[in-house]
Write a protein of this length. Structure first.
Length: 256
């Protein structure tokens, strides 16, 4: 298992993708004031519920993997040009997620072929994420993103993402120590890219974090393709226009 750290996005091509057992980490991914603004908007939003795709069944009948969160998108239209918005999600809550989706596709040079999901997770102490994978074993051309939202995080609070060499559904916490092969520290404004078939799970914040929650964006699909020039031309102009419009409409200086 290999963890590679980057200071800027990189283009996906035949030399680095499919990822296999490599996890890529991009720090300071979003423009600082925009990322801080998005986190504060999410915190004050009413999107929070139990509609995200974080749940599991246990032999005890009790939930072992139940987080607060929300769903932005959960599939694609047949022409793959639009993301399906759940009925319970307000359209105003999807403007930044749409921007984020366009940004990662532009920055890393790919298009979704079979898209699955984008949503929020929130963990407080005691809510360890279970050992799970994001897609079926035969989906070699899948791609999973995790983006860490919190505008502040003390490293002593924990919250690392753990990777495993064995998939044990519903397994969490110390019971998974024997399977761990790598981990990545939770850090604000950090983006992770990896093969979603690799079993993984997020540690809960430690008790010293008190009521602070660990907030992350999940963005994934079971198949991608490399983008061509026509894709990028169609995407880049709307992306730049939308970003400039948001900068004019919102004073981000308060979120420095």
């Amino acid at each position: 298992m290999k963890i590679i750290y980057h200071d800027k996005p990189f283009r996906l091509d035949e030399t680095n993708y499919p990822f296999g057992k490599v996890v890529h980490v991009v720090d300071n991914y979003m423009e600082d004031s925009l990322w801080r603004w998005w986190d504060r908007k999410i915190v004050s939003s009413n999107i929070w519920s139990k509609t995200n795709q974080v749940s599991s069944d246990s032999k005890t009948g009790l939930p072992q993997h139940s987080f607060w969160g929300g769903t932005f998108f959960n599939s694609m239209h047949h022409n793959h040009d639009g993301l399906d918005i759940p009925e319970e999600t307000q359209r105003k809550d999807t403007y930044m997620p749409h921007f984020f989706d366009r940004k990662v596709r532009t920055d890393f040079g790919f298009e979704w072929v079979n898209y699955d999901y984008m949503g929020l997770n929130s963990q407080t102490q005691g809510l360890d994420g279970t050992n799970h994978s994001d897609c079926e074993p035969d989906k070699e051309w899948n791609l999973s993103f995790l983006f860490y939202l919190n505008t502040f995080w003390n490293p002593n609070w924990g919250g690392d993402l753990r990777f495993y060499d064995y998939l044990e559904p519903s397994g969490a916490g110390e019971s998974q120590d024997k399977y761990e092969i790598a981990r990545v520290q939770f850090k604000p404004n950090r983006l992770l890219l990896f093969d979603g078939r690799i079993p993984h799970g997020a540690e809960a914040p430690k008790p010293c974090a008190k009521y602070i929650d660990r907030r992350s964006i999940v963005h994934r699909g079971r198949e991608i393709r490399f983008a061509d020039r026509e894709d990028e031309t169609r995407r880049s102009a709307p992306l730049k226009h939308r970003y400039n419009r948001w900068v004019k409409q919102h004073d981000f200086r308060n979120y420095q």
